[in-house]
Design a protein around this ligand. Structure first.
Ligand code: FES
Length: 125
């Protein structure tokens, strides 16, 4: 069976083949996360109103393989936007998906763009 983590790999802007519309900006809570589905992936969408930035990552926490990251607290660590897993508080960068404690855990992050109040996430497939 395919390991669920293998479904998730970071996508850079230049790799995007599909900009998938996930809703309108008003559909998403401010300064927290929400979860959307794309094919077999669960994606967490984060709306940072303090900075006006949006981020998207896998919803799966790689620590215990729980679909929970969209429920995590968001904030920043020394200017790096991050999400803290609600279960054991591991912190991940929403810029590159790295674990901010330097642990060997990472999450996939996806490009996100806002056009005419619509929210799009970029995928390779
Ligand atoms: S399941 Fe996310 S930190 Fe443990």
């Amino acid at each position: 069976m395919e390991h669920i983590l293998n479904r998730y790999e970071s996508v850079s802007n230049t790799e995007v083949k599909t900009w998938f519309k996930v809703g309108q900006t008003s559909d998403f809570p401010e300064n927290s996360g929400a979860c959307i589905k794309y094919k077999t992936k669960q994606i967490a969408v984060f709306n940072f109103t303090r900075t006006g930035k949006w981020y998207a990552s896998q919803n799966l926490c790689p620590h215990k393989m729980e679909m929970v990251l969209s429920l995590g607290m968001i904030g920043d660590k020394e200017g790096v936007p991050k999400v803290a897993c609600p279960l054991h508080k591991k912190n991940f960068s929403l810029e590159n998906g790295s674990n901010l404690a330097g642990e060997d855990l990472k999450i996939a992050v996806y490009p996100i763009k806002i056009e005419n109040e619509n929210v799009y996430i970029g995928f390779e497939d």
